[in-house]
Ligand binder design. Structure first.
Ligand SMILES: Cc1cc2nc3c(=O)[nH]c(=O)nc-3n(C[C@H](O)[C@H](O)[C@H](O)COP(=O)(O)O)c2cc1C
Length: 453
């Protein structure tokens, strides 16, 4: 079996929980992204169950084997092919579930769809295990985005009714990111994390499971990414987040609580900060009309309680067509959300990269023009800000009796610009900068004269 997602990127996931391998093929990656198996493995380890009482007892090494797409440590433009071995399957305990479906799992719908012929050992293709190759592929997208200054951070925002400190949707601090990395589980508040773990452990000891939510923030995304309707950021993110087994809800920004509010409170007022347009609050979760505002994109995904619980449950025997009771054996996660933060990060990275590739490769004149307009809308406020600083320099030079023209400074600016500019357009950029400096000198003279008068 294989399952596909993506528009500009194409992600194909194949295999099943108890087959020999599970795999991912990611097509559409640009050349030159640095990826190593070791780094990818480190990322996958964040999804692994670990050894606490709060996770499944199934121990998988999840070591990815990269079979194609990388040459000399970098993507080479061909499909990235990753394979992960299943080593720790216990298939016998799934025998009874062939005809007696677990309440809350996909056993029943798969039985109906494939007339009982689907391999559902370990949850088959519906297993949380299928998120391992998704994470492996998502890691490539994370690396691509990192190179563009875009960072994705997720934490467990709740387990049952226990809540972690939420993100400030306007700004995600380094301290929060550090805490999420260093705490035993990915949470901002260590105390909340400990409470969550002991709650999960209690629930598990009672033969039960619990749900939870993951909050995710995407920072560094320029304004103007995404599009209307089906091509919006929410549409793209939701399409992949809902592929994660166990996800039953998603909200962006103020989401469901925003729907209980009034417009004057929920609207994010526009303001000017450092010469650029931004918002005073971020109830929109960084998205308006499917398009990024430039503020962090913030969303939450809700995971239901794990369906496989040890407590006796009611089910039916589909062959005998009679009601029965079911005692589920096997090793199960008492809380899916506990392992889901890296899965959400991987899916978010794939979605954002897919949208960015659309933006990077506009296919029509109209799309190219839209892109030029968006670029200009970013350049113009920066130029205006540059000229405002120029005026201030003019005033200061006049106050200190310094000449407007400084040949050393002009030379240094041109050298700097030439060194950073793309080789292919270095001369053009230098001539644009000569014009900018000419204009700056004129403004400095005017500003200095004004100050003297
Ligand atoms: C990381 C992860 C681990 C999971 N572990 C289990 C598990 O141990 N037992 C279980 O019954 N379901 C587990 N699930 C959830 C089921 O796969 C999921 O509920 C099932 O496929 C039905 O899909 P649905 O809940 O999206 O409708 C896990 C999901 C994820 C993402």
């Amino acid at each position: 079996m294989s399952s596909e997602w993506g528009k500009n990127l194409k992600l194909e996931i194949s295999g099943r929980s108890h087959e020999e391998f599970i795999s991912a093929v990611l097509t559409g990656l640009p050349k030159g992204i640095s990826i190593s198996e070791e780094e990818m493995h480190e990322f996958l380890k964040r999804r692994s169950p670990g050894t606490s009482n709060a996770v499944s007892g199934r121990r998988e090494e999840d070591k990815p084997l990269i079979l194609g797409g990388i040459t000399g440590g970098k993507t080479d433009g061909s499909p990235l092919k990753i394979r992960i071995k299943n080593t720790n399957a216990e298939s016998g305990v799934y025998e009874r579930l062939k005809t007696v479906p677990r309440p809350g799992h996909a056993d029943y719908t798969a039985y109906i769809k494939w007339s009982g012929r689907e391999d559902m050992r370990g949850g088959g293709k519906f297993s949380g295990r299928m998120t391992a190759p998704i994470c492996a592929a998502g890691f490539a997208a994370i690396k691509f985005l990192e190179e563009q200054g875009i960072e994705i951070t997720a934490h467990i925002s709740s387990v049952g009714t226990i809540k972690d400190t939420p993100f400030n949707p306007l700004f995600i601090s380094d301290g929060e990111k550090e805490a999420i990395k260093s705490n035993t589980i990915p949470v901002i508040s260590e105390a909340a994390g400990e409470e969550m773990l002991s709650y999960i452990s209690n629930v598990k000891n009672q033969g039960d499971s619990t749900g939870g939510t993951i909050e995710c923030a995407i920072t560094g995304l320029k304004p103007g990414i995404g599009d209307a309707l089906f091509d919006g950021i929410e549409s793209s993110l939701s399409s992949i987040i809902f592929a994660i087994p166990g996800v039953k809800g998603i909200e962006f920004g103020s989401g469901f609580s925003g729907s209980e509010n009034i417009g004057s409170v929920n609207n994010d007022p526009f303001i000017i900060k450092d010469g650029a347009v931004t918002c005073a609050s971020n109830n929109a979760g960084g998205i308006l009309g499917g398009i990024s505002t430039g503020l962090p994109v913030v969303f939450k995904a809700a995971f239901k309680p794990t369906p496989s619980i040890a407590l006796e449950q009611k089910s039916v025997d589909l062959e005998a067509m009679e009601e029965c009771t079911l005692n589920i054996l096997g090793r199960h996660d008492p809380c899916i959300a506990l392992r889901a933060a890296p899965v959400i990060e991987a899916c978010a990275a794939l979605s954002i990269m897919d949208l960015l590739l659309e933006d990077n490769n506009p296919a029509t004149i109209e799309k190219c023009r839209e892109k030029i307009d968006r670029i200009d809308s970013r350049i113009l406020p920066l130029l205006a800000e540059r000229f405002r600083v120029t005026d201030k320099i003019g005033e200061l030079k006049a106050a200190h009796n310094l000449p407007v023209f400084n040949s050393d400074r002009e030379k240094a600016i041109l050298e700097n610009i030439s060194a950073s500019a793309d080789k292919s357009c270095r001369a053009d950029i230098a001539s644009i900068y000569m014009k900018i400096m000419q204009h700056s000198k004129a403004r400095q003279n005017t500003a200095g004269n004004k100050k003297e008068n």
